[in-house]
Design a protein around this ligand. Structure first.
Ligand SMILES: *Cc1c(COP(=O)(O)O)cnc(C)c1O
Length: 439
């Protein structure tokens, strides 16, 4: 198995991440536990940024914080010179609480509420990525009421299908997101935005999907949008300063996945936009991108303690861990695949094939099917790799299972950045029907 980032096997035969033995981490912080390899996140951020810098292209690399939003993560993004995408008042609040510069925050979402929009206007965020006509009208109204001006991008759906799982496909025309590029909606949204006294239209945004392994979709989208920008320059005297091509860059969850390096997406996108700009005689826009998964996905590992085992004779060995769909819903939701090892027996050879079950009351609560593992017993430590994106951020309290803590590891040091929820937290918002009669 190919490890990610600083992960390796130490002299004790244990998995080590960020220079720390994961067996020690499990002892200190308990299980399940999300562990983030901070050096790998920094490396990912820098590889996106330096590619733009090297090619001398003005850019913003915005971390899509929905992949993993927490105060410490937002602060790390700021340290690495990233901008930040948020898609809700909660993510916005997290960013502001972390002290993230509001002018580098981009606000997404197909149904932003009045409260969310007002908060964002009041705090002076960098831009709204406007998704629909309702929002455009609302934004105009709320800006007028606050006497403020905002910058926006218009999100368009360029009608391109990313080759990936249907549930996470958002670039096609039949999508809840964005203005259709081909059906006239984008033209009319631009006309409306240009008329506004409170809106500064910076440019165009699109996001064609997620976990994409090729550049074709991005290049096609760029080509379609540049052609439209050419029309809009002629017809509306509108010249885009920003072209945001979204996120969706693929990562290697298992050996079946074969991603290309971050730099390659960026280089090819820049080359395509430059070509088109030259061909049409348009100014080269700033290029913005929004990696989420590719920024944090392979930097995250979840540690679980193995508990029960059930054999279905001649069929399957179920091995259960102390978490499951409550801390990683992706296998149940998208049939997402993961690889794992026994962190405390990392040098032992696989001896059997087992299926890793969660502890939730749901047959679909399986983390990994048919995983080759050394012989395991209860209290062994299972490390599931690549859980850094959409793991903690989609974690839930199904079965009133407290969400695990998050620890950042780097250079031999571990730092708790999200605490473990307690049973008391499970009833924190509950209001009783009557006074408690017994403990
Ligand atoms: C989800 C999302 C992203 C990030 O996608 P990843 O696949 O995590 O890189 C970026 N932009 C928009 C608009 C999104 O909805």
């Amino acid at each position: 198995m190919q490890f990610h980032g600083t992960a390796k096997v130490n002299r004790l035969g244990h998995l080590e991440i960020g220079g720390i033995d994961t067996v020690k981490l499990a002892e200190e912080f308990g299980t399940p536990l999300y562990v983030y390899d901070v050096a790998l996140i920094r490396e990912r951020a820098q590889s996106f940024r330096t590619t733009f810098d090297t090619l001398g292209v003005k850019a913003q690399v915005a971390y899509a914080s929905k992949a993993f939003s927490a105060v410490a993560m937002v602060q790390l993004a700021e340290e690495e010179g990233l901008s930040l995408d948020v898609v809700s008042g909660g993510e916005l609040h997290t960013a502001l609480a972390a002290g993230f510069p509001p002018e580098k925050i981009h606000f997404h979402g197909n149904n932003k509420s009045i409260e969310e929009i007002n908060l964002a206007i009041e705090k002076g965020i960098g831009c709204f990525v406007v998704d629909n006509f309702y929002e455009l009208e609302l934004l105009e109204e709320l800006c007028a009421a606050q006497g403020k001006k905002v910058s926006i991008l218009l999100r368009v759906t360029p009608g391109i299908e990313a080759h990936t799982h249907d549930y996470i496909l958002t670039g096609q025309e039949d999508s809840k997101f964005g203005f259709g590029l081909e059906n006239g909606q984008a033209d009319s949204a631009i006309a409306t935005a240009l008329k506004s006294g409170h809106i500064d239209l910076l440019g165009i945004h699109c996001h064609i999907g997620s976990q994409i392994f090729e550049t074709t979709g991005f290049l096609l989208a760029a080509k379609k949008i540049m052609a439209k920008l050419n029309d809009w320059k002629a017809a509306k005297k509108f010249e885009a300063r920003v072209l945001n091509l979204g996120g969706g860059f693929g990562i290697r969850y298992t050996s079946e996945d074969d991603p290309i390096p971050a730099s390659q997406y960026v280089e090819e996108i820049i080359a395509e936009v430059k070509n088109q700009a030259e061909a049409y005689g348009l100014k080269m826009p700033e290029i913005w991108i929004e990696p989420g998964r590719s920024m944090v996905g392979d930097a995250g590992t979840t540690l679980y303690k193995i508990g029960s085992r059930k054999e279905v004779p001649n069929v399957r060995q179920y091995v259960a861990v102390d978490g499951g769909m409550s801390d990683n819903i992706r296998p149940a939701l998208y049939q997402a695949k993961y690889e794992a090892i026994l962190a405390n027996k990392a040098l032992e050879q696989p001896e059997e094939t087992v299926s890793i079950a969660g502890k939730c009351c749901e047959s679909g609560d399986m983390l990994i099917w048919d995983l080759p593992l050394p012989k395991s017993s209860s209290n062994d430590l299972l490390a599931v790799f690549c859980t850094g994106a959409y793991g903690y951020s989609m974690a839930n309290n199904y079965n009133r299972i407290p969400r695990p803590p998050v620890v950042f590891v780097e250079n031999g040091e571990a730092r708790l950045v999200v605490k473990r929820e307690s049973f008391e937290d499970m009833i924190r918002l509950d209001l009783p029907l009557k006074e408690k009669v017994r403990n």
